[in-house]
Each structure stands twice: as C-alpha cells, then as structure tokens.
Design a protein around this ligand. Structure first.
Ligand SMILES: [Zn+2]
Length: 123
C-alpha cells in the first residue's frame, strides 16, 4: 500500500484503540457464528464491509445489547474523528480528558454529561 502523507493525528492512539475494540467485537461475533450453525458467508468480508453491515439482522441477533451499543458508539467515534469533533463532549462541548478517552475512547460525553446520561437526565 502506498504511503501517503497524513497530518499528525493527536488522537491516533485512541483511533487505534477504537479499531482494536471494533475488531475484538467482530471477532467474538465470528467465533459465536462459527460455534453455532449459522449459514456460511458468501465470501470473506473485510472489516469495513462488516462495519457497514454492522446493523444487519444477523449481527443484531448474535450480539448482545451491550456489544451492539458499543459498536455503535465506536462507529460514532470514528465519525467524530473524521469531522474533527472527537474529544469534545457531544452534549456540552467540553473537552474530554485524556484519562477518560484512554479508558473509554468511544465515549461521546464528558464525565459530567455521562453521569447525567446514566441518571436518564440527558435528552
Ligand atoms: Zn459534557
């Protein structure tokens, strides 16, 4: 693959972490599928294709609610990386600390808004 010059990404480590987590989720899904008697794949899909079809019925059926939510949050985090809003709380616009991003790189909220969200106080 040709190397293209890209500008330094201050969130590279989080992007890597997101990708690892996403891969992990897909792999556990693949394992579950292999363990069960699911229909064989039409062919080998690459991760991007799988991400694109992450909400397919089959995947929805195999993943737990928590895993599905996580995948969705990861994809949203990738979208924020793309439009350069990553690291900023989607609710109040505060900067999300490095510590928090290291622990939960897919989080859309700062710690305060996360608490509100958990209490069901976020719209
Ligand atoms: Zn916030």
């Amino acid at each position: 693959m040709a190397r293209t010059k890209i500008k330094a990404n201050p969130y590279q480590q989080y992007e890597d972490a997101l990708r690892r987590k996403q891969t992990e989720l897909f792999e556990s899904y693949e394992r579950d599928k292999a363990a069960g008697n699911a229909q064989p794949d039409d062919g080998i899909q690459d991760l991007a294709d799988k991400a694109a079809s992450a909400y397919s019925k089959e995947l929805n059926f195999s993943l737990s609610d928590g895993e599905r939510n996580l995948l969705m949050q990861i994809e949203e985090a990738f979208a924020r990386l793309k439009n350069e809003t990553y690291g900023t709380c989607t609710n109040c616009g505060a900067t999300i600390g490095d510590k928090r991003l290291s622990a939960v790189p897919w989080t859309p909220y700062c710690i305060d808004c996360q608490e509100l969200q958990e209490k069901g106080l976020l719209g």
